[in-house]
Design a protein around this ligand. Sequence first.
Ligand code: A3P
Length: 314
Amino acid sequence: MGDLSTNSNSNNAENHLNLPKARFMDAIDIVQWEGFWFEPGLVQPAMTFRSIFQAANDDVILTSNMKTGTTWLKSLCLCILKNPKTDVDYDLLVKDNPHFHVPTIESTIYGTKPHIDLYKVPSPRLLHSHLPYIVLPDSIKNTDCKIVYIARNPKDTLISMWHFFNSILHPDQDPFPLENTVDCFLSGVHQYGPFFDHVLQYWLESQKNPQKILFLKYEELKRDPKGEVKKLAKFLGKPFASEEEIDKVLWRCSLERLKNLEVNKNGSTLFNVHNSLYFRKGVVGDWENYLTPEMEEKINQTNRIKLEEYGLFL
Ligand code: A3P
């Protein structure tokens, strides 16, 4: 995710809104707005985004929950849409982390310290949001701009999230217990949660309007990268001219390459989050190394209850 922790001390507006409050993993304050949980400092920017953002017909809005492959999707779309040149001197991914080039709107544009002027972003604008579909601005829903959502199976998402939050702990804090994280995740009390509602809203909208919303799955991208990236490029109106082009984009955006770029090994882009934290293992099924059979069953059961009747199982 491009945007965690860092707006939390930003403003007090949410205090005046009397929003329900909770603590994620007994440590991080979150508030509920429009049925979803957010870091307190993100609510006001999200409200502003919803009320004033004007989408352009050629905007591309990437959307995702946390730890579902946002960084990968941002990199792929950046190469396809904005930076097809592969020469290292021109490769934006070499210069900066993907989160710098594809800003997460609610935190970088409408936060208290905006990093980007939307009017200066060259068209077509490539932007991202972690917000659920329900709170996206009407202008995104009602113009011809396109939305790409990336979903990931809940067990790997949860493990990735758990690692991420543990990696940004203060030195004097104890690691978050996994059991507690599973409970928060399943009860929906986590950043941008409930996870299953977030996925479901985008899934249903993509079913209604497949020309507007492309619903991708992390696991499918891993299983058939060429096929999925071809589909993505076609959706964005930039179909590849050759197999070689696809291979190049996949290589440029591969975890191994991005992880080992100097800017991601040693830099930090936004919000003081070290770039290296966006890249870990990227393995489908890594959850097997952590979850007990009971935890696995609990998550599968929720997955079935929440998604199966809609033709989805992650
Ligand atoms: P793991 O923690 O399972 O390794 P997000 O970008 O939404 O924060 O998601 C982070 C997850 O995507 C992490 O998963 C990270 O390793 C993985 N990831 C980041 N860049 C990737 C890439 N280029 N290809 C595949 N996976 C990537």
